[in-house]
Design a protein around this ligand. Structure first.
Ligand code: SAM
Length: 286
C-alpha cells in the first residue's frame, strides 16, 4: 500500500502515556489506522532497530523521533523514555508484530506501570495468533512458548516439559531449524497433529499440517525459507502413553547396529524409522 492510497489517518488527541503499537508481520496493508495516528502523533517512537522502523514510517510518510530500545537497553534509557511518557505520547514498536511477544519491551512496560504512567495497547498483527487462526488445531486453549532452544538436548527437554499440557503448543521457529525440531517432535509424539505456518501475510504464505514425521520428510525434500510458526496439537485422550523410545532403542542397540535397532523399534511403535535411526546414532555416540 502506498501512502497516496492510505485512508485518512483518524484524528487523535495526543494523551501522554506509553503506547504499545503492533506493526505488520510482512504485509504493510495490515497497519491499523490507530497505529498510524499514534506513530504520527507520538513525541518519541522507541523501537528495536531504528533502520527497520525508519523504513516503515517512511513508507507511510511519517516523520518521528526514534530511540533505540532493544534487550540490551540500559536502565537509564528506559527511565528517560518513561519520563518522557509522563508528559507526552511515546510509542513502542518492534521490528514486526506485537512488541513484547518474543520481542523487547517487558521491562519498559513493567517500569512504566510502576511509575504510574498510562500504558495502553494499539493492537494488531501477531504471528502466533495468525498461525493459530489458520492452522485448524484446537484454539480454545493454547500455550505460546516463544522460540524452542537451538541445542538438541535443551529442545528435547523443553518439549518433554510440555508433554502434559492440554492445549495447542505454539512456538516461533526459523527455517534452518524446523527439520530438527520436527524430528524431535516426531520422536516424542508421533501421533500428534502438527502445523507449520510459514511466511504469514506474505506472497508465499503456507500452512501445512500432518504428523511431525510427515512434515519433516516434506521439508527435507523442500527446504523452507522465511519465517515460521510451529504448532503442536494437544495430547489426544486416546493417544497411547508417550513411550520411552530411548529405552527401547537402547535395548535394541544392545544386540544390533543403529539401522537394525531403528527398524525394530519403528515396527514396534509406528515411529518413523529415519527419526529413530538418527536418535540411535546419537545414543550410540553417547
Ligand atoms: N513480535 C512478533 C509477533 O508479534 O509475532 C514476533 C517477533 S519474533 C522476534 C520473530 C518470529 O516470529 C519469527 O522468527 C517467526 O517465528 C515469527 N514470525 C514473524 N513474522 C512471521 C510471519 N510473517 N510468518 C510466520 N512467522 C512469523
Amino acid at each position: 500500500m502506498r501512502p497516496a492510497e492510505l485512508p485518512s489517518i483518524p484524528a487523535w488527541e495526543p494523551v501522554p502515556g506509553l503506547y504499545i503499537v503492533a506493526t505488520p508481520i510482512g504485509n504493510l496493508g495490515d497497519i491499523t489506522l490507530r497505529a498510524l495516528a499514534v506513530l504520527q502523533g507520538a513525541a518519541l517512537v522507541a523501537c528495536e532497530d531504528t533502520r527497520v522502523t525508519g523504513k516503515l514510517l517512511k513508507h507511510f510518510g511519517i516523520k518521528a523521533r526514534l530511540q533505540r530500545l532493544d534487550d540490551h537497553a540500559s536502565p537509564e534509557t528506559r527511565t528517560r523514555i518513561i519520563d518522557e511518557a509522563r508528559h507526552a505520547p511515546v510509542a513502542l514498536v518492534s521490528d514486526a508484530g506485537t512488541p513484547l511477544i518474543s520481542d523487547p519491551g517487558y521491562r519498559l512496560v513493567r517500569e512504566a506501570r510502576a511509575a504510574g504512567v498510562i500504558v495502553t495497547s494499539i493492537p494488531g498483527p501477531c504471528a502466533a495468533v495468525s498461525a493459530l487462526a489458520i492452522a485448524g488445531l484446537p484454539s480454545d486453549r493454547f500455550l505460546f512458548a516463544g522460540f524452542l532452544p537451538v541445542k538438541d538436548k535443551a529442545r528435547r527437554e523443553t518439549l518433554e516439559g510440555l508433554a502434559d499440557v492440554a492445549a495447542t503448543l505454539v512456538f516461533y521457529e526459523t527455517a534452518p531449524r524446523i527439520e530438527r525440531s520436527l524430528a524431535a517432535i516426531a520422536e516424542l509424539w508421533p501421533q500428534r497433529e502438527v502445523a507449520v505456518a510459514r511466511e504469514l501475510t506474505k506472497l508465499h504464505e503456507e500452512c501445512r499440517t500432518g504428523t511431525a514425521a510427515a512434515l519433516a520428510a516434506h521439508y527435507a525434500a523442500h527446504p523452507p525459507k522465511g519465517e515460521i510458526v510451529l504448532l503442536i496439537g494437544p495430547p489426544d485422550e486416546a493417544e497411547a502413553p508417550v513411550q520411552d523410545t530411548d529405552a527401547l532403542l537402547r535395548a535394541a542397540l544392545a544386540d544390533a547396529g543403529p539401522g537394525k535397532a531403528a527398524g525394530q523399534v519403528a515396527k514396534a511403535t509406528g515411529i518413523d524409522r529415519a527419526v529413530l535411526y538418527a536418535r540411535a546414532l546419537e545414543l550410540k555416540g553417547e
